[in-house]
Design a binder for this molecule. Structure first.
Ligand code: SF4
Length: 409
């Protein structure tokens, strides 16, 4: 029996889908993640934006075109947020919500709707991974309730995977790079051990460790000292900013100021001088004035971001921000144009610092990444190879590099 596990949305969803495929294959199913003919469809949905929700709903219709008689099981954030939008669709036999994805395997033969609130971390089967890079889920849920975000309502309270379980999976992965993921990685806890302690526990793993998105508050000197002492943590920190204006940060219920954020960036550079600091910025949050926006523009240069993921505000029904008056689309569009130009300039400035220097880079099938997250392309680079490369010139959204030596195959 062929099962298609189709995913819409974020990296966390992709990791969870890969885990489910691993579990299904252990049960003897043939699986695919590409939308095509299948006997059963599992749809992992996303509700981060209205567009992601629309794509999630549309996916059911696309599945029905390939095989109108195959059942469709829907789970993930969009199915938690608006289950009825899926329940009424023809072919949908189960709408499982976002909390207990581990139950899907058990419930494959079930019918109807189940949803429940969960407080324990949901362990999923180990995802199948390539020999190069793998994602490792260590945390789920979020307690922060940012004004624009539905995630805490959909994925529930923050909960962490036991430290021993994370280490055991990392040991079994045998890959060159492990990316630790979570919805709010910063809140990782196992008893009194935090994310820094988890990094120390992973220091003997023979792989590069990269971190997913972090909140400013995690980046304390104590945390950075542990990350540095681990020795295998890559100098790349994704610190979610969202706005450079203190007034807008308060309206967003983000619990830091511009000054505190910049101090966190400075601390990162004290421990990891070449670190890539990347971020997310929301453009056109309700009530954002031109002056507020200029604060967001100026912090892009001031923080020296290596990459900015900027996106226009889109109201999510059920959040506090959705009750505020939206800015005109034309204003958001115009500000987005300026933000994307500022982001490109910052990225260029960051990359230029490293042209002519030698960095370690791990290659996949279509290029690779240096330790400090610069995308590189090099002639003769084979998948899974860790090489020392000299960065030569910018090309195709990355940097053309020359291999100096192979560090490991
Ligand atoms: S930290 Fe804020 S934006 Fe991120 S998942 Fe939690 S509530 Fe949403």
């Amino acid at each position: 029996m062929k099962v298609c596990v189709f995913t819409v949305g974020c990296k966390q969803n992709e990791v969870e889908s890969a885990s489910l495929r691993g579990g299904l294959e252990e049960l003897g199913y043939e699986t695919t993640d590409e939308l095509g003919y299948a006997d059963l469809y599992l749809l992992n949905t996303c509700a981060v934006t209205a567009e992601a929700e629309r794509k999630s709903r549309q996916a059911v219709g696309r599945m029905r075109k390939f095989n109108p008689s195959a059942p469709v099981i829907v789970f993930g954030c969009a199915s938690e947020h608006a289950p009825s939008a899926f329940e009424k669709k023809e072919g949908v036999t189960l709408v499982a919500g976002a909390m207990r994805k581990d139950k899907i395997l058990e419930l494959l033969s079930g019918r109807g709707v189940f949803r429940e609130t969960e407080t324990a971390f949901c362990e999923l089967p180990r995802p199948k991974c390539t020999k190069t890079r793998a994602y490792l889920r260590v945390q789920d849920g979020c307690d922060r309730f940012c004004a624009y975000c539905l995630i805490p309502y959909l994925r529930g309270r923050s909960r962490s995977r036991a430290l021993a379980s994370v280490v055991a999976e990392a040991e079994a992965m045998r890959v060159k790079e492990i990316v630790l993921t979570g919805i709010d990685l910063a809140s990782y806890r196992d008893g009194d051990r935090d994310l820094g302690d988890l990094l120390l526990a992973l220091k003997e793993i023979p792989a590069r460790i990269r971190l997913g998105s972090l909140e400013e508050g995690t980046v304390t000197r104590e945390f950075l000292a542990k990350a540095k002492a681990a020795g295998n943590v890559m100098p790349h920190f994704h610190l979610s900013l969202q706005s450079g204006s203190d007034r807008v940060l308060r309206a967003m219920n983000r619990r830091y100021t511009r000054e505190e954020f910049l101090a966190a960036c400075a601390a990162v550079r004290e421990f990891f001088p070449d670190a890539a600091i990347t971020t997310d910025i929301i453009v056109g949050f309700p009530t954002e004035t031109e002056e507020d926006f200029l604060q967001s523009l100026s912090i892009v240069q001031e923080a020296g971001f290596a990459h900015v993921h900027a996106f226009p505000f889109s109201a999510r029904e059920g959040t506090n921000a959705a009750k505020l008056e939206d800015l005109p689309s034309a204003v958001k569009r115009e500000r987005m144009g300026r933000m994307l130009r500022a982001a490109e300039e910052a990225e260029s400035a960051y990359i230029s610092r490293f042209l002519g220097t030698i960095r370690p880079a791990l290659f996949e099938s279509d290029g690779g990444y240096t330790d400090n997250y610069i995308r590189v392309f090099a002639e003769g680079a084979a998948e899974g190879k860790l090489c020392s490369v000299r960065l030569k010139e910018r090309k195709n959204g990355g940097v053309l590099a020359e291999i100096i030596e192979e560090v490991s195959s």
